[in-house]
Design a binder for this molecule. Sequence first.
Ligand code: FE2
Length: 563
Amino acid sequence: MNILGISCFYHDSAACLVQDGRITAAASEERFNRSKCSPAFPLNAINYCLQHADLTMKEINAVGFYEKPFLKFYRVLLSHARAYPFSFGSFCRTLPGWLKERLFLPLILRKELCYEGRIVFINHHLSHAASSFLVSPFEEAAILIADGVGEWASTSFGVGSGVDVRIAKELHFPNSLGLFYSAITTYLGFEALTGEGKVMGLAGYGSPVYVDKFKKMVIVRPDGSFMLDQRYFGFNKGGRMYTEKLIQTLGKERRPQDKVEQRHCDVAASLQKITEDILINIVRNVHKGTGMKRLCLAGGLFMNCVANARILEDTPVKELFIQPASGDSGGALGAAVYVYHYLSRDNRRTALKDVYLGPEFYDREIKRAFINGDIVFREYADDELLKYIAGQIAQDRIVGWFQGRMEFGPRALGNRSILANPCNPRMKDLLNLKVKRREDFRPYAPAVLEERCAEFFDVLQQSPFMLIAGRVKEEKKGVIPAVTHIDNTARVQIVDNDTNSRLRGLLKEFENLTGIPLLINTSFNLRGEPIVCRPEDAIDCFKRSEMDILVMGNCVAERNGIS
Ligand SMILES: [Fe+2]
């Protein structure tokens, strides 16, 4: 049975293919159309999934869509009506999108893909829940979802057992932790959707001195629920997500071009603290209600690896599972696996061990891309390649590392990565200067060999997907300064024996040379752009940056080889 899952029309469009219960392909549309967080109908991602499995749409048994468009439209209509007349401009901007495409998925599938088969629409939070629990290693677990908003729900919890996923309770829009975090993100001068991770990084530099002010904006109840005081927020009114009252409370907002001051760091730290506290309160209540110590998380809020670590630290939960495409792109995966189990009642397959579900490219395609890009390259044997590149990284050269199938979800986990030396205290600045051009307060994350992870980091459980922050051991802070954030945390990717042998091989070679079993691993993209997908994208990124070396498969190009 072949099931195609789709998420689109809001942000992070994606497609995912499930064949007889196994996820065989998944990718975000942004990687193909090169528009970050693209909301477009994921035609390229769907075509990739079909090509990968050598299928046509005629062989797709059902399409799962990640939300219920009419229910969502009803929420949009009603919430705009409630905010009238302030919402009028926003409503006029929103309406054409709904009337043109969002309400008419069957017509679009018929037009773009000649598909006339079954389409199953699944609640947004049920898609998120399925995207985590149904691919988790747990036979039974509690489930918690938190994001901006789906149809109505912004926070949901439930229970998964076998192939059943049930939502037990929901909190509704406009009471949304995700929108709360995004609103303050925009107040701090960063963009919603892409800026939340920056705010999490900024929080490390501040003190939570504004928590009492935030407590006036969010009323938290002992049962875990919360309510946002809407006098501070403007989710339906078009324009900005916060009101004058919020500015009166926290002070003048930061414009994107303004310098980051200590006050901004303190607001970020306070936001992070109150968000974590609210989550802890919810999780404790979920635990009280279910008695379960295993918890599956999904929804954009759980890209927050610092909050995820605090859940493990401060609640009775002992084990977390977070599927790495935890935001809306993962809705495509959730819809596909949910529909598969709904139709087949088949048992669950093995848990998702990795997310290398995107396109890969043959050697001849890589070589052709180098030649077409006028770049001199040299081909190495496997062992020779790993030794050479490890040596170059040890000499502080920055390496673009393009291997195998592209990762699904926003984290680069060693197949579309930029790798660098974690021991050089200047490496963060060098990476920012030569390649990433990121804000200097943002940390870089390490990929570390599993067997030596505990020597360097205190991480409360396995973290294969860079979604749980660990604490850098006191005695190692000076050894790996480039991956130690100001608050002494690191967003660790633990590399085990089975999942990525090539990355592991490189880590081993670096360890042999330096004694250090980890590398900086950051995503292969420039600021504001999606992660590279094809060899041509990697070459383009290589040319527009000052990266020292580009490795694709076994082919190596050096910066001086660009003609
Ligand atoms: Fe969502």
